[in-house]
Each structure stands twice: as structure tokens, then as C-alpha cells.
Design a protein around this ligand. Sequence first.
Ligand SMILES: NC(=O)c1ccc[n+]([C@@H]2O[C@H](COP(=O)([O-])OP(=O)(O)OC[C@H]3O[C@@H](n4cnc5c(N)ncnc54)[C@H](O)[C@@H]3O)[C@@H](O)[C@H]2O)c1
Ligand SMILES: O=C(O)[C@H](O)CO
Length: 318
Amino acid sequence: MKILITCKLPDQLLLPLKEKYEIVMAETENEPMSRKRLLSEIEEADGLFTNVADTIDEEVFDRAKHLKVVSTMAVGYDNIDLEAAKERGILVGHTPGVLTEATADLTFALLMATGRRLLEGMDVIREDQWKSWGPFFLTGQEIYGKTIGIIGMGRIGLGVAKRAKGFSMDILYHNRSRKEEAEVELGARYVEFDELLEQADYVVLLAPSTKETYHMMGAAQFNKMKESAVFINTSRGPNVDEDALYEALQSNQIWAAGLDVFQTEPIDAKHKLLTLKNVTALPHIGSAAIETRMNMARLAINNLVNGLEGNALVHQVK
Ligand SMILES: NC(=O)c1ccc[n+]([C@@H]2O[C@H](COP(=O)([O-])OP(=O)(O)OC[C@H]3O[C@@H](n4cnc5c(N)ncnc54)[C@H](O)[C@@H]3O)[C@@H](O)[C@H]2O)c1
Ligand SMILES: O=C(O)[C@H](O)CO
């Protein structure tokens, strides 16, 4: 059987696979396989190892003659056409859980970096603009004891709430359902979406990308936030109307934003959001800790092999 891997994985992960399967893999580190090659190689593939950089749509499924499993090295699977997979009886696997803590760490780090203007501080030094200690030089927003509002209290949202608790923050959340663990253990309070936007000093978006969440943060929502509020998005770019976010930041309707994800990735270096000093931008590195990425890759390989061998996937997208 043939496995198509659209990114370059370390040899140590591939050795057991090579004994049994024919492997076709991207050659360049940190560069996905071209769409053209993906469309050509998928024709004979039985299994596909993919990630958030690929779009696995009807065109890909139409080309595949033998495909049985698509395994993504990610928890989010909005880049995969699940209907098209289902129609063809193709299983889809993903990697929830193993990246929760690393992504919660990064989300909280981004919250702190944005609130306290860390990257601006580094720019000031690099540009030789640090003239002296000034009473209000690079002053940011306090974090300790402030109110955090988490939209999407799932695995990662709960991880962020635990970190917020350590900073004595009041925790508000909005989710599709109540989360007892967050309420009992962390004192988190379920509120309606608008109330969260109005009350939170830090609004953190961690809901998946779905039809329902598309542009869930738009002009009306930024309008409800405090002028001193910081918006953090480590979920998916399409959840945010970037034009509306730009207007809100540029007009100081909200104070700052920390973004790890964008509507189009990689974001163009000349994108208008990146011209703003009150934007802290990262290149989709939420889960990018070495052990985490190894665990994600191992889990994605297990999903793939299980599917190819006719066994249940460890984590199948339903
Ligand atoms: N930046 C990164 O590198 C990175 C890393 C991992 C995950 N993610 C993103 O984070 C998302 C969350 O991951 P998770 O493991 O916590 O998933 P999860 O399924 O455990 O949590 C998602 C939560 O969002 C809630 N939700 C769904 N629709 C909602 C809506 N309309 N309003 C409010 N809440 C809603 C769900 O009820 C659920 O509790 C992923 O889907 C992915 O898009 C990003
Ligand atoms: O959904 C995911 O897992 C991320 O975006 C990549 O870790």
C-alpha cells in the first residue's frame, strides 16, 4: 500500500512505516508538497498524511482511486471536506489532546506578549530607539487579576482558563454547552456572547472553524468590547472578519490584538494588519513545541496505520 505524506517527517518516525508501505513524502523541511504534486500522487495512494497547510477538497478525493484514510496532524480539520470523504467511505483521523497544553501555553504567552507589548519592546531595542527609562514608556495592560473571556471552552480553552486562574483572573466563558469542570474547579462563569465581549479585558477565541463560527468576531462584536481590551485568536483565521478587526484596532476601538492564525496563511507580509503597532502576529505556531509535534505526528501515524489495517482509528473525526 502507498502512503502519501505532504510534509517532511523525521526518519525515526518513518522507519517502521517503510518496512511495510511505499512512502511518498515532501522533500523540503517546512514547505508543503505542491498542490500539483499532491493531486498527482494521491491517485495511487491508500493513505494520506496531511496537515493544516493542505486543502483536502472534492478535487483531491475525486483523483484518489484507492484512498482509505486521511490523517491530519492537527486537531482542527476544517481544511478537509468531510462530506466528500464520507460519501466515498474514507475515514478521517485527527490529533486532539496531545497538543492541548502546548497550545494553551502559546495562547497565554501571546496574551501576555500582546497585553505588555513585548515585541514592540524588542523592536525598540533593535531599532536603537531606547533612549531612557520613561514613566509611561511602552506601558501596557495589566494581566494579573483582570477578566478573561474565553470563547470556545473546549480542551484548549480549559487549558487557558487554568493558566488564567494562576494569574487570579476572573474567568468568563461562552461555549456551546456548560463546562462543569471549568465552573467547579476554576470558578469560571458561563455568560452570553455579548456579555463576555462587554466585560472581558482579554477576549480569547478558541472555537473551531465551522459555518457557524465564520466571522463570529466582526464589527458588531469588536464594537461591544472595551477600549482597553485585548483580543487573542489562536483558533482559525476565518472566525474573524479581518477588515473589521483592522478598523477596530486602527481606530483604537479596542486596544490590541494577538493573532496566531489568519484568513489566508501564510499571511502576506504587506497585509494591513501587520502595519499596526498594536498587533502581535505569529505564524500559526500554537502547537509548535518539539515533544508536542512528535506526539502529534505519532498519533497521526497511528490513525493512518489503524485505518489502513482495518482497525479503529485512535481519534476518528465523526
Ligand atoms: N493555533 C494553533 O496552532 C492551534 C492549535 C490547536 C488547535 N487550534 C484550534 O483550536 C480549536 C479548538 O481546539 P480544542 O482541542 O480545544 O477543540 P475542542 O473541540 O475541545 O473545543 C472547541 C470548543 O468550541 C466550542 N464551540 C464550537 N462552536 C462554538 C460557538 N459557535 N460558540 C462558542 N463555542 C463554540 C465547542 O463547544 C468546544 O467546547 C481547534 O478547532 C483549532 O481550530 C489552533
Ligand atoms: O488544529 C491544529 O492542531 C493546529 O492548528 C495545528 O496544531
